[in-house]
Design a protein around this ligand. Structure first.
Ligand SMILES: C[S@@+](CC[C@H](N)C(=O)[O-])C[C@H]1O[C@@H](n2cnc3c(N)ncnc32)[C@H](O)[C@@H]1O
Length: 265
């Protein structure tokens, strides 16, 4: 019986790998057949897929398998997702950060955590003074150094859940935490206090309000949207202590809204 289960899971995994866009439908059907919720199965598949891997291996594999999509024009194949490339989404974020950065009276220093393919980073780089961009995927950081080194950005490979974070006026963390388990997010929250005055977090939520925050999920390519949940750092179990918060922008995106919040720490 367990052999059969493994075979079925392997078949599902192969189909989902080849056709990532079919994943939600396939997972829902498989879950229905087993009398489980689609999210239970999706979590189980992610957990099985990344079982035994550390976070660097997980996100390296996500890029290698093109789980967030592909850009055929990219020789190295790195693609950080549609939230990075869709002009309305990226444009709203860049405009919001332009206004935010202008409030400082001087170009503030920034640390961009989980900088990904730097499609967004390259657009906001001129708004800031010293710019440090970090990601956990070594090959991606090397590619960014080669491609964007000319922009005067200090690219570093680090794990935001376990490593010390660089200090700056502003820390940006855009569509990163949504992919992490609550345990990993808690590691980030412990590290971020004391390294900046302003933390700007972008997360894909199911709605602007009225949802259950911080549902349990494994770290991986998925986010909490299918569970009707999203990451809210000021809610349990993280309870990030802030002196103030305000919404910088909110843009509708598949199944919800991409929200950027500035926290004063
Ligand atoms: C969906 S992409 C977003 C990229 C970028 N922030 C953007 O909005 O375009 C998430 C990125 O976070 C990185 N990441 C995930 N966990 C991380 C961790 N623990 N430490 C550093 N980077 C991480 C991934 O490698 C990936 O590049």
């Amino acid at each position: 019986m367990s052999d059969l289960r493994e075979t079925v899971l392997e078949a599902i995994r192969m189909i989902v790998n080849r056709h990532p866009r079919l994943a939600p439908r396939i997972e829902a059907l498989a879950a229905q057949a087993q009398g489980r919720s689609a999210q239970d199965l999706a979590d189980f598949i992610e957990w099985k897929r990344y079982q035994g891997m550390d976070l660097a291996e997980i996100f390296t594999s996500i890029y290698a398998e093109g789980r967030w999509g592909r850009d055929e024009a990219e020789p190295e194949g790195y693609f950080s997702g549609t939230g990075t490339r869709t002009p309305e989404i990226a444009g709203a974020y860049v405009a919001a950060l332009r206004s935010f950065a202008a409030e400082f009276g001087h170009p503030p220093s920034v640390v961009d955590l989980g900088c990904g393919d730097f499609h967004i980073g390259a657009q906001i780089r001129p708004l800031f003074g010293a710019y440090t961009a970090c990601d956990i995927v070594p090959g991606l950081i090397e590619r960014n150094r080669q491609r964007f080194g000319v922009l005067g950005v200090d690219f570093r490979c680090l794990d935001i859940t376990t490593d010390d974070l660089p200090h700056a006026d502003v820390i940006l963390v855009r569509q990163v935490l949504q992919h992490l388990s609550n345990r990993d997010i808690a590691g980030f929250v412990r590290r971020v206090a004391g390294v900046c005055r302003h933390l700007v977090v972008t997360e894909h939520w199911p709605a602007l309000d009225g949802f259950t925050p911080n549902a349990v999920k494994p770290s991986g390519s998925d986010i909490r949207l299918a569970q009707g949940s999203g990451v809210v750092l000021t809610a349990p179990p993280f309870n990030l202590a802030v002196q103030g918060e305000r919404r910088l922008c909110a843009v509708p995106e598949v199944g919800g809204v991409i929200v950027t919040t500035a926290y004063r720490l």
